[in-house]
Design a protein. Structure first.
Lengths: 71, 166, 441
C-alpha cells in the first residue's frame, strides 16, 4: 500500500513542473476528438461493464484535462 | 495582462508589432490573398479607431461563437469607428481555410502560424481579444469567450467609441 | 440463476466507472451552431464459449451543450442476459445434481464437467445523468445521478466532482466523490453463510437454508487525478482511487463443493425419500461484509502524424488480497480521409482473494470462503479491432470485434488431496461484437 502512495506522489510531483506543457495557441492536436482522454467513452463503458462482471477489479479511469484548453 | 500594467506599454506595443509584422506577416480580408502579394502591415494606421485584436484558431470551439459576435460588432459599430483584426494561429493554413468556409469572417485576418504575434501579446488562452482605445492604448483583455458576457462587452465597446481623441 | 455479478458488477460500474470519471465529455465541435445534441449509440453482443453467458446490450450516451461549457450528459442502457455460468462447485468423476436458486427445481451436470447453473432471461435497465459547468474561469464542477434496475438488483448512486486547471491549462487536477446504495433481492431469498444446499421443495414451501429476502450494499469512492499536457502531441493522466464497499458482498447464487479433508473427493449425499435434491454436500459461499480497494491508473495519449497511440496501466490492490495489473493499448490508424482502424490489446492479471477456495474441506468452516473463479489467480487477454467511417454529414458508423480469453488457476495452498494436479477451472473464451453510430442532432 505504501508503494501506491509513493508512486502516486512521484507522479503528482512530476506534474508540478510548471514548464511542462505547450502555449495556449499550440493545442491544435490536443483539441482533436481522438486525443481526448475520454475518447472511446462508449467502448470503455461497455468494456468496464464486461470486465467488472468477469474479473475481480474495476474502475479508476477518471476525467478532466487535455483538450483544446479553451475558455 | 491587465489594462493597468499594460497601459503605458500599449503605444510601444503597436510600434513593435508593426515592425515584427513588416517582416513577413500576411493580410487577408478573409479570402486568402497570396503571401507574396500582401502588403506589409502596420497596426498604427488604425489609430483614432477602437481596435479589437482577436486571436482565433480552427480548433478553438468557443471561436465559433466569438467570431460571429465580432462580425456583428464590426457591422454595427464600424461606421462609429470600430475596427476588428483577427489573428489566426493555426499551424496549418488549410485548417484555417476550412474553418472560414464554415464560419465566415467579415474583418481583416492576419495569419500567425508560428505564434510570433501570440508570443508578443503573451496570449494566455484561446480565444483572446485585446481592445485598444482611440489613442492606441490597450484598455481591455478578454480571455476566453462567454456568451453570458456579450452584452457587458458590447457596453464596454460603446463607452470606448463615445470617447473622442484628445 | 447465474452470473449475478454481471448485474452486481454493472450496477457498480454504473456508480463508479461511468459516473465517476467519465461524466459529460464536452460535445465535439459542431459544424452547425444549431447542432446541440451529440449522441453516441451502440449495440453490443457478448458471447462466451461452451453455451455460457450471452449478453445483448443497447446503449446510448447523449450530450447536450447549453453554451459556455455547460453540459448535460444522459446515458441509457438496456441489457439482456441469458446462458449459464459456473456455480463454484467443482467437476467430479460422476454426474452431479443441484437444487436451483429458487429452491424448487433441480438441475444436473454430466460427469467430468464443471457445474454451470442456468441463467434465465433477465433484463437490466440503467440510466445515468450528469451535469458539468464552469464556476470560475479555471474551475469546473460536475454532478451526477445513476440508477439501474433488474429483477433481483437495484442500484442508485450519486457523484460530485471538481477540476481546476493550472499552468495555462496544461495541468488539471480533479477530485471526485461517489456514493452508491444497492439492494439485492435474490430469487429464493438470501442463503445463510455456508448454509448447506437442501432438497428442492414444493411450490408452497420455502427452502430451509434461506434467511432474509433482501440486503443492502453501500459503496463509497474517492478519485484524485492529475492530467498533464506533455507536449504538442502528448497528454497523460494519473489517477488514484479509493473504494470502500460494505454490506452484503457475497454472491447469493455461488456455492462450494464440500470434500473429504484427506482425499479431496466430493462428499456424497442422498436426497430425502421422495424428494429430489443435491447428490453431494454443497455449501453457499460467504464473503466478508467489507472491501477496501485502492488503485493507481496512468494513461498516455500520443499523436504521431495523425495516428494516435493510447497506453494505459492500472494497478489495484485491496483487503481481500486481490491485486491486479491491467495493461491496455489502442492505436488509431486513420486512412482514406474518412475512415480508421483501431487495433486494441489488453492484458489483465490478478491474484486470488485470501478466502478463495477450490473446495471446502469437511469439518471446521473457515471464516469466509468462495470458489468463484473471478476471485482466483487469473489472467485474461483481449485482442480486438475497431473500424470507423465518417459520413459526409460528420457522423460516424463503427464496428468492433474483440476476442477475450480468461484462464484461472487455483493456488496449490487451496487444493486438497487428489485435487492437486487435477483441477478444472472454468476458463472461457468470449467474443464481443459491437455496432455503433455517433451522430449529432
Amino acid at each position: 500500500m505504501r508503494r501506491i502512495f509513493a508512486m502516486a506522489a512521484a507522479c503528482i510531483a512530476l506534474q508540478g513542473c510548471a514548464n511542462l506543457g505547450v502555449q495556449p495557441w499550440e493545442r491544435e492536436v490536443l483539441a482533436r476528438d481522438d486525443m481526448q482522454l475520454d475518447a472511446n467513452a462508449l467502448d470503455t463503458a461497455f468494456d468496464d461493464h464486461i470486465y467488472f462482471s468477469k474479473e475481480g477489479t474495476s474502475g479508476g479511469r477518471g476525467f478532466g484535462g487535455g483538450g483544446c484548453g479553451c475558455n | 495582462m491587465s489594462p493597468h500594467d499594460s497601459a503605458a506599454r500599449g503605444q510601444t506595443r503597436l510600434a513593435r508589432i508593426a515592425t515584427a509584422l513588416a517582416a513577413g506577416a500576411l493580410i487577408c480580408a478573409g479570402s486568402g490573398a497570396a503571401p507574396a502579394d500582401a502588403p506589409s502591415f502596420d497596426l498604427t494606421r488604425h489609430q483614432g479607431k477602437v481596435v479589437i485584436v482577436d486571436f482565433w484558431a480552427s480548433w478553438c470551439k468557443p471561436c465559433r461563437q466569438s467570431i460571429p459576435w465580432l462580425n456583428a460588432m464590426r457591422a454595427r459599430y464600424g461606421e462609429a469607428g470600430l475596427e476588428v483584426i483577427g489573428i489566426n494561429v493555426d499551424a496549418e493554413r488549410g485548417d484555417a481555410d476550412r474553418f472560414l468556409r464554415e464560419v465566415p469572417i467579415e474583418f481583416e485576418v492576419i495569419f500567425d502560424p508560428h505564434g510570433e504575434l501570440a508570443k508578443e501579446f503573451k496570449v494566455r488562452g484561446m480565444p483572446s481579444s485585446y481592445v485598444f482605445d482611440r489613442t492606441g492604448k490597450l484598455v481591455q483583455t478578454h480571455l476566453g469567450f462567454r456568451d453570458a458576457k456579450k452584452d457587458e462587452k458590447e457596453a464596454g465597446l460603446q463607452a470606448l467609441l463615445r470617447q473622442s481623441i484628445q | 440463476m447465474a452470473d449475478k455479478d454481471l448485474r452486481i458488477g454493472a450496477a457498480l460500474a454504473a456508480a463508479t466507472c461511468s459516473l465517476l470519471g467519465t461524466a459529460t465529455p464536452g460535445a465535439s465541435i459542431a459544424a452547425d451552431a444549431a447542432a446541440k445534441w451529440d449522441i453516441d449509440s451502440a449495440f453490443l453482443y457478448y458471447g462466451e464459449s461452451d453455451d455460457r453467458v450471452r449478453d445483448l446490450s443497447l446503449s446510448a450516451h447523449a450530450t447536450r451543450d447549453f453554451g459556455d461549457e455547460r453540459t448535460l450528459g444522459l446515458e441509457l442502457s438496456v441489457d439482456s442476459l441469458t446462458g449459464a455460468s459456473p456455480s463454484g462447485a467443482m467437476a467430479t468423476g460422476g454426474p452431479q445434481t443441484f437444487t436451483s436458486p429458487s429452491g424448487r427445481d433441480t438441475y444436473s451436470t454430466p460427469a467430468g464437467e464443471i457445474p454451470l447453473d442456468d441463467t434465465f432471461l433477465d433484463t437490466r435497465f440503467a440510466l445515468d445523468g450528469s451535469w458539468s459547468q464552469p464556476f470560475a474561469r479555471l474551475y469546473t464542477v460536475n454532478a451526477g445521478l445513476g440508477f439501474s434496475s433488474e429483477y433481483d438488483y437495484q442500484h442508485i448512486g450519486a457523484n460530485l466532482g471538481l477540476t481546476r486547471d493550472f499552468n495555462l491549462r496544461n495541468t488539471t487536477l480533479s477530485a471526485a466523490l461517489a456514493y452508491a446504495q444497492d439492494t439485492i433481492k435474490p430469487v429464493g431469498g438470501l442463503p445463510l453463510p455456508f448454509a448447506q444446499m437442501t432438497d428442492a421443495v414444493g411450490e408452497d414451501q420455502s427452502p430451509g437454508s434461506r434467511g432474509d429476502s433482501s440486503d443492502d450494499k453501500t459503496v463509497f469512492d474517492v478519485l484524485l487525478g492529475v492530467s498533464q499536457v506533455l507536449g504538442r502531441n502528448t497528454v497523460m493522466r494519473v489517477n488514484f482511487s479509493y473504494s470502500d464497499s460494505s454490506g452484503y458482498l457475497t454472491d447469493p447464487y455461488k456455492i462450494l463443493s464440500v470434500v473429504d479433508p484427506v482425499t479431496g473427493d466430493l462428499i456424497g449425499r442422498t436426497p430425502a425419500p421422495g424428494a429430489s435434491g443435491p447428490t453431494g454436500v454443497y455449501r453457499f459461499e460467504s464473503r466478508p461484509d467489507s472491501r477496501s480497494k485502492q488503485a493507481l491508473y496512468a494513461e498516455l495519449r500520443h499523436d504521431f502524424s495523425g495516428k494516435v497511440l493510447q497506453l494505459g496501466y492500472r494497478y489495484s490492490t485491496d483487503d481481500w488480497d486481490v491485486d491486479s495489473h491491467t495493461l491496455e493499448s489502442r492505436l488509431r490508424l486513420p486512412f482514406g480521409g474518412s475512415s480508421y482502424f483501431e487495433p486494441h490489446v489488453r492484458y489483465y492479471q490478478q491474484t486470488a482473494a485470501s478466502f478463495y477456495r477450490y473446495s471446502l474441506a469437511n469439518g471446521t468452516l473457515p471464516e469466509f470462503a468462495s470458489a468463484d473463479a473471478r476471485l482466483a489467480d487469473m489472467s485474461a487477454f483481449t485482442v480486438g479491432l475497431k473500424y470507423g467511417h465518417a459520413t459526409a454529414g460528420g457522423n460516424e458508423w463503427n464496428a468492433r470485434l474483440e476476442f477475450y480469453r480468461q484462464t484461472a488457476k487455483a493456488p496449490n495452498e487451496v487444493l486438497i488431496g487428489n485435487q492437486i494436479g487435477h483441477t478444472q477451472m472454468p476458463d472461457f473464451d468470449a467474443v464481443i461484437l459491437q455496432f455503433g453510430y455517433h451522430f449529432k442532432l
